[in-house]
Design a protein around this ligand. Structure first.
Ligand SMILES: [Zn+2]
Length: 168
């Protein structure tokens, strides 16, 4: 499980109630029992711009937030995976599409809907094989012409797509 947006009011090491203190430049959770700062870190999310000629792979979201909207396929990294491995797995699970030539794009930091903070790790990739079919958290998957895209679920995905196309 990924860390939830709900802050744990207790120290994860000793169970003592934590306090808010201004430390190292920002308000942080602090355990007075073990005199430890409980750092909050963003949850990394991988996202892909998968191109097949002049088309890009999108998924229709089957879960909240933004259920029913089209977005770039994305997902959380599992323990033991690097970002590229997570991306290849997520794309296959959500769309039945295999990808190649995975290369990184600039990352984005964003306040999450379900998580306090997410770090989006976007990648550009090429289509290799497979017929798009929605799976896992995706209700549908399809290639859309770049010239005729639906409105995307998240403004960040539009920025990622523009950045990916500018890098070609
Ligand atoms: Zn503690």
């Amino acid at each position: 499980m990924s860390p939830s947006k709900e802050e744990n009011p207790y120290c994860s090491r000793c169970g003592h109630p934590v306090e808010k203190r201004f430390l190292e430049g920002r308000e942080r959770r602090y355990c007075p029992q073990c005199t430890r700062i409980l750092y909050d870190n963003p949850v990394p999310v991988v996202t892909a711009v998968v191109l097949k000629g002049p088309q890009v792979l999108l998924v229709k979201r089957g879960i909240e937030p933004r259920r029913g909207w089209w977005s770039l396929p994305s997902g959380f990294i599992e323990v033991g995976e690097n970002a590229q491995e997570a991306l290849v797995r997520e794309i296959l699970e959500e769309t039945s599409v295999s990808i190649v030539k995975v290369r990184p794009l600039p990352s984005l930091s964003q306040e999450g809907v379900r998580y306090a903070s997410i770090l989006i790790l976007p990648f550009l990739a090429d289509y290799l094989s497979g017929t798009p079919l929605g799976g896992d958290d995706a209700a549908e998957a399809a290639f859309f012409p770049l010239s005729d895209l639906p409105e995307l679920a998240f403004p960040s995905h539009r920025l990622i797509l523009e950045s990916a196309l500018a890098s070609l």
